[in-house]
Design a protein around this ligand. Structure first.
Ligand code: SAJ
Length: 416
């Protein structure tokens, strides 16, 4: 076990933090800081989010955050605002989606920077945590210099988050972290800040390196999953079991292939690789190729399922979320495939998503419960690896055609 690095003396050095953007990263970070006795001003542009939080409820599906937030509100350590408040540290954790032509859209980061400028004072630390293209931290500094030229001793740094949705609080504390300042002093300040709540090691570097580190992590995962998906397409042509192939290949001490699926979704892995490729289009060959494999895999799953519908089968789509045991539909290949299948074959498709109460917009298929779906005959198209699907008894599968893009039933057979 690693020794906790939370340093009592350091905690006394930061009294107040403003966190801008109260989503999957900003909100747990704010709640965690408040739990360490630090005064936190949470800022969000959405009035609905502010109202929910002020009432002690949360708008993200993350266990433990609500209880932490409630305690912070009761202790008077967390307040919610529409605009940034003065503090010693400003954390920017706003979304950075893809814009036109797959270019990174930095509007929210720049808006947050403009909004926090009036609240800044000499010596404050500004920390960008949003996944950002290389050079963004320097752009923030340039904008702040323009807006507050008298503040020549700000510390500005990049501190990417690495948390996995569903385990955010644990990972915020336990994961190692990278902190990169625009100056060595900014790096030192950022490391000191993260040590307030991070038990993992905090590695110092410069801002641009830290920006590229974050993008490399997610691009690595995307390329590795694309490789697994390419193997699944090749194995399909040879009528081989790709899961067994990967399982055995991974017995090699230096091979670790990830799992195939219906394609990669979520707000990070399917998006961030483009941030790297966009900044160096001639150099980036593998990254766009991985994205193309991802698209090919989605198409292949869609065509297989479509062929079943054409042959007269009713198809039950199991899962719409982008990955198992979450309710998140962002960039979900499962939702995209189910929607297109239902559009092509009206009346032949039903969807099961235990984490949703109603069918999402754009899905022209009824959303039914798992039990109701299984009452009637129909092929199973497994799109999301929810544990409730993996626990289906063999009797529920008997006699059905199955397209198991996640290998959950195969794993069940193996375990048995
Ligand atoms: N997936 C596969 N096969 C696998 C693993 C994942 O098809 O073997 C699919 C999932 O089903 C999902 C997608 O990939 O559709 C992404 O899921 P994920 O669990 O790999 O990642 P995210 O998007 O939930 O979180 C990632 C994490 N990054 C890495 O693991 C390198 C997380 O640590 C980051 O903090 C997060 O992105 C982020 O915010 O950037």
């Amino acid at each position: 076990m690693r020794k906790p690095r939370i340093h009592g003396k350091l905690a006394g050095m930061v009294q107040c933090v403003t966190v801008i953007g109260l989503g999957y990263v900003g909100l747990p970070t704010a709640a965690l800081l408040a739990s360490r006795g630090i005064r936190v001003h949470g800022v969000d542009t959405s009035a609905a989010v502010r109202a929910t939080l002020a009432a002690g409820r949360i708008h993200i599906a993350e266990a433990d955050v609500e209880a932490l937030l409630e305690r912070a509100l009761r202790a008077g350590l967390f307040t919610v605002h529409a605009a940034p408040q003065p503090a010693e540290v400003f954390v920017i954790a706003v979304p950075t989606p893809l814009g036109e032509g797959r270019a990174p859209m930095l509007d929210h980061v720049m808006d947050a920077t403009r909004a926090l400028a009036p609240a800044l004072k000499s010596g404050d630390l500004v920390l960008l945590e949003s996944t950002s293209p290389i050079g963004t931290t320097a752009e923030i500094a340039a904008l702040l210099l323009e807006l507050r030229p008298e503040l020549d001793d700000l510390a500005i740094a990049y501190g990417p988050e690495r948390v996995l949705p569903g385990r955010i609080l644990t990972e915020l504390v336990e994961n190692d972290r990278v902190a990169g300042g625009l100056t060595p002093e900014a790096t030192r300040r950022a490391i000191e800040f993260y040590r307030l709540f991070v038990r993992g090691a905090v590695h110092g570097t410069d801002a641009a390196t830290a920006e590229m580190v974050k993008l490399s992590e997610n691009a690595f995962r995307d390329v590795n999953i694309a490789f697994a998906n390419e193997l699944s397409l090749i194995a399909g042509q040879h009528d081989l079991d790709v899961w067994r192939v990967i399982e055995l290949a991974n017995r090699h001490p230096r091979v670790n292939i990830l799992k195939p699926g219906p394609g990669v979704g979520g707000h990070c892995i399917a998006v961030d690789p483009w941030f790297l490729a966009h900044g160096a289009p001639e150099a980036a060959r593998l990254i766009p190729a991985a994205r193309a494999v991802d698209e090919a895999k989605r198409q292949s799953v869609l065509e297989q399922a479509s062929a079943l519908c054409t042959a007269g089968e009713r198809v039950i789509c199991l899962g719409l979320a982008f990955k198992g045991d979450v309710d998140d539909l962002r960039e979900s290949p499962a939702l995209a495939i189910a929607s297109e299948l239902a559009r092509r074959h009206p009346g032949r498709v039903v969807a099961v998503e235990p984490h949703l109460d109603a069918a999402p917009a754009g899905l022209e298929a009824p959303l039914v419960s798992l039990d109701a779906a299984l009452e009637r005959p129909g092929a199973l198209l497994v799109l999301t690896d929810h544990s409730v699907f993996a626990r289906l008894p063999p009797s529920a599968l008997a006699g059905r055609r199955i397209i198991d893009t996640r290998g959950i039933f195969r794993r069940q057979e193996e375990t048995a």
